[in-house]
Write a protein that binds this ligand. Structure first.
Ligand code: XLS
Ligand code: CA
Ligand code: CA
Length: 439
């Protein structure tokens, strides 16, 4: 496509790990086959519109540092269109298979809901035009139910039923937009669905209402035949002190209690897992073993800072363990790896956006290969199998098959004596992982 805003940047190609060209992939070779499929089809990368095209580099201590040429228009609709034009240029440059957005990222909010919907329609039409010729598809869309002051007490969990209704109307529209643009998933992230203090909070009603809201969303999607996979994205806190979708385990408990388990999967974000004091690996594992690992927000947090830094993922150790879970999950299905990540405030040039995505894409491509080889090598699997082998014979097999009880086990323990100690071999296993990382 003709480049207007990013004309000085050429399409990024794979040059291999020896390349010193900063504008080339070192590990991400989209058409290379591995594990029976092309790399691009395993990884299903997406760009997050809010960070890459709405992020301005401001923080609580200082103003915006990022000043893009496509932001020059005074009319908000013209500006929204220009931004989208620039975005499709970047998708093309990076060979980005997917993108993701919130409704309010792509079109300005009007004075009324009707006006806002109209603005959205104009931009959706514009996106559709681009999608006719672009290879980039929509991984997911979502509704921003957290920025506007009306949502200060929550959206589906607001104490005000009028706000609940407003949020429902907004999600209804976002589902229609998702269908119109062929979104493969739809995400619910409840940034304000939580509380600041329990002193003013009816937790039971709020959770019941959240479930009611999600059921209504499922019903409406079914009605309009929007077949996207629905995803809930856990996060423990920020912006609220406590968010109801705290982590994978909490969300799974919620889905089970409210009969939603077969309708939702999880979108796991690395930085949210670490904010919940889990590893990224942990939250993916919990989702996977419960059959709800749906998609990933691919970023990383700075563990020395207590907030959601949303950095581009570059830590290969973490990305490898993430890909290990993804491969064990049999892939992500209709999900993908969305770079919910922002360039640092001081990385304000357009090139930085390109370097950032190259870094993220390479980090996950390398990780996929390492994780694949690690699984193929089989040492970890064999160790784990042996570690639990007592459950496939004798008394263990009998426990697992439900034949034992406390009385029979007491009898067994009395006759057997002290169990033998066995090493967990953590250090050895870490060395094995390193041998794959550095081969
Ligand atoms: C914020 C979340 C948000 C979701 C989509 O912390 O990561 O951006 O991914 O609403
Ligand atoms: Ca996210
Ligand atoms: Ca985040």
């Amino acid at each position: 496509m003709a480049q207007k805003y990013l004309s000085n940047i050429k399409k990024i190609k794979f040059e291999g790990k020896k390349s010193k060209n900063p504008l080339a992939f070192k590990f991400y070779n989209p058409d290379e086959k591995i594990n029976g499929k092309k790399m691009k089809d395993h990884l299903r990368f997406a760009l997050a519109y809010w960070h890459s095209f709405r992020g301005e580099g401001g923080d609580p201590f200082g103003s915006a540092t990022i000043d893009r040429p496509w932001e020059k228009f005074s009319d908000e609709i013209d500006k929204a269109k220009a931004r989208m034009d620039a975005a499709f240029e970047l998708f093309d440059i990076l060979g980005m298979p997917y993108f993701c957005f919130h409704d309010r990222d792509i079109a300005p909010e009007g004075d009324t809901l009707a006006e806002t919907n109209k603005n959205l329609d104009i931009i959706v039409k514009h996106v559709k035009e681009h999608m006719k010729t672009s290879k980039t598809k929509l991984l997911w869309d979502t509704a921003n139910l957290f920025s506007h002051p009306r949502f200060m007490h929550g959206a589906a969990t607001s104490p005000d039923a009028d706000v609940f209704a407003y949020a429902a109307a907004q999600v209804k529209k976002a589902l229609e937009v998702g269908k119109e643009l062929g979104a493969e998933n739809y995400v619910f992230w409840g940034g304000r669905e939580g509380y600041e203090t329990l002193l003013n909070n009816d937790m039971k009603l709020e959770l019941d209402n959240l479930a009611r809201f999600l059921h209504m969303a499922c019903d409406y999607a079914k009605k309009i035949k929007f077949n996207a996979q629905f995803l809930i994205e856990p996060k423990p806190h920020e912006p609220t002190k406590h968010q109801y979708d705290f982590d994978s385990a909490t969300v799974i408990g919620f889905l089970r209690s409210y009969n939603l388990m077969d309708k939702f999967k999880l979108n796991i974000e690395a930085n949210h897992a670490t904010l919940a004091r889990h590893t990224f690996h942990h939250d993916l594992r919990v989702a996977r073993i419960n059959g709800v690992l749906g998609s990933i927000d691919a970023n990383q947090g700075d563990l020395l800072l207590g907030w959601d830094t949303d950095q581009f993922p570059s830590n290969i150790y973490w990305t490898t363990l993430a890909m290990y879970e993804v491969i064990k999950n049999g892939g992500l299905g209709r999900g993908g790896l969305n770079f919910d990540a922002k360039v640092r405030r001081s990385s304000f040039e357009i090139e930085d956006l390109v370097y950032a995505h190259i870094s993220g894409m390479d980090s996950f491509a390398k990780a996929y290969k390492v994780a694949y080889n690690l699984i193929k090598g089989g040492e970890i699997d064999k160790f784990v199998k042996d570690r639990y082998s007592s459950y496939s014979k004798g008394i263990g097999k009998s426990i697992v098959s439900g034949k034992e009880n406390f009385e029979s086990l007491e009898k067994y323990a009395l006759s057997k004596g002290e169990p033998k100690k066995k090493s967990g071999r953590q250090e050895l296993l870490e060395t094995i992982l390193n041998s794959y990382l550095f081969e």
